[in-house]
Write a protein that binds this ligand. Structure first.
Ligand code: 13P
Ligand code: SF4
Length: 327
């Protein structure tokens, strides 16, 4: 992306979802971000839950947690701005440690990451000696450092199957663990963590959507409770949701996940009507054009990982990336 793009060029990318009157309040920040990316030799990696003006107008690379981890490894630019949440920025730093990694708002946490500490993982290991620890990337680097391997929702089945064991400790998302246990047949010991966005969906929400939109295809994120996944037609990571819509071309689809997801992908599928039941992630929503601009202008909100944790955490993430999956 170059600085020669005009505000009108940028608006063309978002006009399907951002009204002109709103864009008028965003254009100056978007233009400043393009200029600053050039001056700082920076790229913006943005999660699929970013608002459309971030996702479409200023991001260089977008995707699910797995894609962002993979892409972070290959960044040549000096600065990575991780438009997402703190654990994603830590993962980028682990995988490309010579880069300066900034996060637009240091308070962008995650209810899953906050649910578990390194001491909790050590206690689980002590209670279940010899059982491998598979840790969702939605955790701190300190928790990853206590783990054998990481996973995302996009590769959890492949990661578990790669271990070839009958039992794993899979933390900290109790619902992802339960959903993956059913898919793999592997016994899973878990932890009572949950995503505050996806745990709020219920089977009766799905029944209401089906009543309101007869024939609708329902696609859920596997951080949803198993009863919600059971009531849906497919479950997968945010990238797998997109792949599913691309492959099946449903007439009407409901993505049971964070609110920005449908806004970001709807334009890609003009033949599909997106019903938009959703829950907002307050942590993801701390990312704004203003906070991205501020981080780049001041070069503040740098994310680092202490040396004593980094090598062990990196090993668990790298092992995950070595497990081959299509996406
Ligand atoms: P994925 O994009 O990897 O599916 O993750 C969803 C999520 O909740 C990230 O915080
Ligand atoms: Fe964490 Fe859920 Fe928000 Fe993702 S959507 S950052 S899992 S709280």
């Amino acid at each position: 992306m170059t600085t020669t793009l005009t505000s009108e060029d940028l608006y063309q990318r978002v006009k399907h979802v951002v009204p002109a009157v709103e864009w008028a309040t965003m254009a100056a920040d978007a233009a400043a971000i393009l200029r600053l990316k050039h001056e700082r030799n920076a790229v913006i990696l943005a999660h699929n839950y970013m608002t459309p003006e971030i996702f479409h107008a200023v991001a260089d690379i977008t995707g699910d947690s797995l894609a962002l981890a993979r892409e972070a490894t290959d960044v040549d630019a000096e600065v990575i701005v991780l438009a997402g949440v703190h654990f994603m920025a830590e993962t980028a730093k682990l995988l490309n440690p010579s880069k300066t990694v900034l996060i637009p708002d240091l308070r962008s946490g995650c209810s899953l990451a906050e649910s578990i500490t390194a001491a909790d993982v050590r206690a689980l290991r002590a209670a279940h000696p010899g059982v491998p620890v598979v840790t969702y990337v939605n955790t701190s680097a300190a928790v990853k450092a206590e783990s054998d391997i990481c996973c995302t929702s996009g590769n959890a089945v492949a990661v578990i199957e790669s271990l070839g064991v009958p039992k794993v400790i899979m933390i900290p998302d109790q619902y992802l663990a339960a959903n993956i246990a059913r898919q793999t047949g592997v016994e899973v010991i878990t932890h009572p963590g949950a995503c505050e966005v996806h745990e709020r969906f219920t089977p009766s929400d799905i029944a209401d959507i089906r009543d309101g939109y007869p024939g609708v295809t329902v696609v859920a994120h596997p951080e949803c409770p198993p009863a919600v996944v059971d009531a849906s037609d497919f479950a997968g990571s945010t990238a797998q949701m997109v792949d599913f819509v691309a492959a099946k071309h449903p007439k009407q689809v409901a993505l049971i996940t964070e609110c920005s997801m449908s806004d970001n992908v709807a334009q890609q599928f003009p033949g599909t009507d997106f019903v938009r039941p959703c829950n907002l992630c307050p942590h993801m929503k701390r990312n704004t054009l203003g906070s991205i601009r501020h981080a780049l202008e001041t070069m503040t909100n740098e994310v680092t990982v202490p040396d004593d944790v980094a090598d062990r955490a990196r090993a668990a993430v790298t092992r995950m990336l070595e497990v081959k999956v299509a996406r």
